[in-house]
Design a protein around this ligand. Structure first.
Ligand code: AMP
Length: 517
C-alpha cells in the first residue's frame, strides 16, 4: 500500500505533510517554501501557473489569477455571501448551468473544483518529489463549517488531481490531533482557527488517546481577506477624498492595493506603523497620482473592529454547545495566519481568559494533523481514536417548508436518530421525503441533499398513517435515510451522496486533462 499524504488546502496557502516514523513532517515545495500560495493563473499562452509563480505575476495578470477559490467551492453565485465577495474580485465569477459559482478566464468558465484541483495537484507533486514515489491517496482538510456539498466538491478536486481522498477532515480537529500527539495528557482544547477565508472554533476533549470533538462553530465568510478588504476600503476612501479618483474601479490598481494591504496588515503584526507606497497608482486630472501614506496599527484595528467583534459569538456558541466554561479549557491553540495579528490574540485572551499556547506553528499544524489522520487510516497509529461531530443539522421538509430536524448540529458521529411523521391528507398514497441540511427553520434557506418517495401507503384518514424516518450517519459523515410505514413495515431507504455540482462526465474529462499535464 502506498503512502497517504495530508493536505491542508487553505484559502490563502496550502501545506502538505506526511508521516515519517510515526511523526508528521511538513514537506518543502520546489521553491523552498513550507507552504504554497493557493493561487492559480493562466498566462497569455493558456498555460497554468500554480503557487508562488502565480502569486508573483498577480499584479501584471490580475484578471487571469485566481486566489481564494476555497470561498467559492460548492457554492452558488446567488449565495449572498458569494455575491458580496464577487464585486471585490479582480477575476470574473460566473454562474454555471446549475448556478454554481465558477470562474471565467479568457472566456473559459472553470469550476472551483477544477481550480482547486490545480492546487491539490501541485501539493501532490511536492510530496512525490520529496518522497520519490507516486502518491495516490490523501487526507484533505476543510473548515469544520463546510457543508456536505462543499466537502464533496473538495473531494472532487482531489479526484480531478488524481488522488483518492481517503477522508475529508475538519481543520480544527486536524490541529488538535497534531497537538495532542505531542502533548499526550488528558485535556480540553479549544482550537481557534482564523485563516485567509474562514473562521472555525472547535472544542475537543483528549482522553486516553481518544480525541472527541465536543462542539464546533464558526463563520465561513470571515478571514484574512476581509481584514485586507477593510484596509483597502480605508485606503480607497482616503484616496478618493484626496485625489477624487476611485481606485475601486480599476482592476490593476485594486490588485496592487490588495497586495499592499495584505503586506501592511502583516507588518503591523510586528510593527506599530508601516508605509504604503504605490507610485503611479492612478491618473488624475493633473497627471499621475501616487498613494503614499503611513498606516498605524491603531488604524488597522479600528478598520477591523467589526470583524474582530464577529469572533465572539461562534466562540460563545461552541462553549455553550460543549457545556464548558472558559475556565474549563486547558489550552487554546491558534491556527491560521490571521491569529498572528495582536488584536486577534487580545480577543482570544478576552474570550477565553487565558493566553493561547505557544510553540504551535499556525501555518503547518493543520497539514500535520492531516498526516496524523492518514496514519490512523493506514493503521500506522493504532492507539489514536477520533470522534468527530456533524457541524450542521440534518432533517426533512414538512408542511409549510419547515425544517424538521432529525440529527441536530454538533451530534457525535457515528449516530442514528429517528422521528415519526404522520400523513397530512386523507388517503395519502405516498410521502416524499426531502432531506435538508442547515440551521434555518425554513428549508428554503437550507441545503437540499436529496429526495425519495415511500409509496403504496394504506389509504386511511390523514394523521393515521405513521412513517418512521431514521437518519444514520457513519464516521465519514455519509448519511443513510430510511423511511418505514409503521403499520405495514413497508420501507425504503436512500444513501445521500452529496453532489458537488459536477457530472460524472465532467469529472472524468477534467481528471483526464489533469493527468495529461
Ligand atoms: P491561512 O489561510 O491560514 O494561510 O492564513 C492566511 C491569512 O493570514 C492571510 O490573510 C494572511 O494575510 C494572514 N497572515 C499571515 N501572516 C500574518 C501576520 N503575521 N499577521 C497578520 N496576518 C497574517
Amino acid at each position: 500500500m502506498g503512502r497517504i499524504i495530508g493536505i491542508d488546502l487553505g484559502t490563502t496557502n496550502s501545506c502538505v505533510s506526511v508521516l515519517e516514523a510515526g511523526e508528521p513532517v511538513v514537506i518543502h515545495n520546489q521553491e523552498g517554501g513550507r507552504t504554497t500560495p493557493s493561487m492559480v493563473s493562466w498566462n497569455a499562452d493558456g498555460d497554468v501557473v500554480v503557487g508562488a509563480a502565480s502569486k508573483r505575476q498577480m499584479v501584471t495578470n490580475p484578471t487571469r489569477t485566481v486566489f481564494g477559490v476555497k470561498r467559492l467551492i460548492g457554492r452558488k453565485v446567488t449565495d449572498p455571501e458569494v455575491a458580496a465577495l464577487t464585486d471585490t474580485l479582480p477575476y470574473r465569477v460566473v454562474p454555471a448551468r446549475n448556478g454554481d459559482a465558477w470562474v471565467e478566464v479568457d472566456g473559459v468558465a472553470r469550476s472551483a473544483q477544477e481550480i482547486s484541483a490545480h492546487i491539490v495537484a501541485k501539493m501532490k507533486r511536492v510530496a512525490e518529489d520529496y518522497l520519490g514515489e507516486a502518491i495516490h491517496e490523501a487526507v484533505i482538510t476543510v473548515p469544520a463549517y463546510f457543508d456536505d456539498v462543499q466537502r464533496q466538491a473538495t473531494k472532487d478536486a482531489g479526484a480531478i488531481a488524481g488522488l483518492t481522498v481517503r477522508a475529508i477532515l475538519n481543520e480544527p480537529t486536524a490541529a488538535a490531533l497534531a497537538y495532542g500527539m505531542q502533548h499526550a495528557h488528558d485535556q480540553r482544547v479549544a482550537v481557534f482557527d482564523l485563516g485567509g477565508g474562514t473562521f472555525d472554533i472547535s472544542i475537543l476533549a483528549i482522553e486516553n488517546g481518544v480525541f472527541e470533538v465536543l462542539a464546533t462553530a464558526g463563520d465561513t465568510m470571515l478571514g484574512g481577506d476581509d481584514f485586507d478588504r477593510a484596509l483597502i476600503d480605508l485606503l480607497c476612501d482616503d484616496f478618493l477624498v484626496q485625489h477624487q479618483v476611485d481606485l475601486r474601479t480599476d482592476a490593476v490598481a485594486l490588485q496592487r492595493l490588495k497586495e499592499a494591504a495584505e503586506r501592511a496588515k502583516i507588518e503591523l503584526s510586528s510593527a506599530m506603523t508601516t508605509d504604503v507606497n504605490l507610485p503611479f497608482i492612478a491618473v488624475g486630472a493633473g497627471g499621475p497620482v501616487h498613494l503614499m501614506r503611513e498606516l498605524s496599527r491603531g488604524e488597522l484595528e479600528r478598520a477591523a473592529r467589526l470583524l474582530l467583534d464577529r469572533l465572539d459569538e461562534p466562540c460563545a456558541k461552541a462553549m455553550d454547545l460543549a457545556h464548558v466554561m472558559p475556565a474549563e479549557i486547558d489550552q487554546v491553540l491558534l491556527v491560521g495566519g490571521m491569529t498572528r495579528m495582536p488584536a486577534v490574540q487580545e480577543r482570544v485572551v478576552q474570550i477565553f481568559g487565558r493566553q493561547p499556547s505557544k510553540g504551535v506553528n499556525p501555518d503547518e499544524i493543520v497539514a500535520m494533523g492531516a498526516a496524523v489522520h492518514s496514519g490512523i487510516l493506514g493503521g500506522e497509529l493504532q492507539e489514536v481514536v477520533l470522534l468527530d461531530v456533524t457541524p450542521h443539522a440534518m432533517g426533512i421538509r414538512v408542511a409549510g417548508d419547515r425544517m424538521s430536524v432529525v440529527i441536530p448540529a454538533n451530534t457525535s458521529i457515528p449516530t442514528r436518530e429517528r422521528k415519526v411523521f404522520a400523513t397530512t391528507e386523507d388517503n395519502q398514497s405516498f410521502v416524499a421525503i426531502e432531506v435538508y441540511q442547515g440551521a434555518h427553520e425554513s428549508t428554503t434557506k437550507n441545503r437540499r441533499l436529496g429526495r425519495f418517495v415511500l409509496g403504496d401507503l394504506k389509504p386511511l384518514p390523514r394523521g393515521q398513517v405513521r412513517v418512521e424516518v431514521s437518519f444514520t450517519m457513519d464516521a465519514d459523515g455519509i448519511l443513510q435515510v430510511d423511511a418505514t410505514e409503521q403499520a405495514t413495515g413497508k420501507a425504503t431507504s436512500v444513501t445521500i451522496e452529496a453532489a458537488s455540482g459536477l457530472t460524472g462526465d465532467e469529472l472524468a474529462r477534467l481528471s483526464a486533462g489533469m493527468a495529461r499535464r
